[in-house]
Design a protein around this ligand. Sequence first.
Ligand SMILES: [Zn+2]
Length: 269
Amino acid sequence: MPELPEVETIVRELRRHIVGKTIAAVRLFWPRSVEGSQSEFCRRLRGMTVAAVFRRGKYIGLESADGTFFTIHLRMTGKLVQEMAAQDRKHLRVRFNFLDGTALHFVDTRKFGRLRLWPSREQSCPGLGPEPLRQATLLAVLRALSTTRAIKTVLLDQTILAGIGNIYADEALFATGIHPLTPAAALNHGQQKRLARSLPLVLRLAIGRRGTTLRDYRTVEDRSGENQEHLFVYGRSGQPCLTCGTAIEKMRIAGRSSHFCPRCQKKTV
Ligand SMILES: [Zn+2]
């Protein structure tokens, strides 16, 4: 599933390719990809000139100068591409045709991705926690945690922090030597500080590498990410830790697979 670095990469490419363009036609090939009224969605978007593209958590937001605002959430397998590969055609769900003759295709194999019109940008995506790219914000969030839920689970909770998924939660916990099962409220001051410093760095490094492509993720320009070449623990169970050589372990925490080094990330609580 695309996480913050992948969505940020897509947003940056969308800015290059569609800002200033006018949507001439919207065609729904799988209407349920659109939440809410599909006819209103198509009617409001027809003639819309894209003034800005935003990211909020894992949402992509597109806004016109007059305030029309809609979001795209890619979920498991959604992607936005200018040009479709042959194998994409049967998974095309929504197509935007621009006045200049170019197009944007929403392709989604598993059909979990969603597009949605909102009354305004301010009223969109309710309930999301703050963005995790600033150390001060993160430190405040981590210090305020009173839950005994595992820190791994808390990092994935979009109402606490928006945009972090399984890959970057595992990588940040490894980078800071924190065991994923550590109760969130039991992190000591040093651990809170390290995690608050490290998480933005892990995310920004991944943005610089256009994100992580494990299976489906492609950018708007149909490029893959490069961060998969730089993972320390995610997807590496059984392989030697790059720091100490111990075999990376994998365990399920609240239904999600978690990868960690049992030696570098000792359980202290
Ligand atoms: Zn290790």
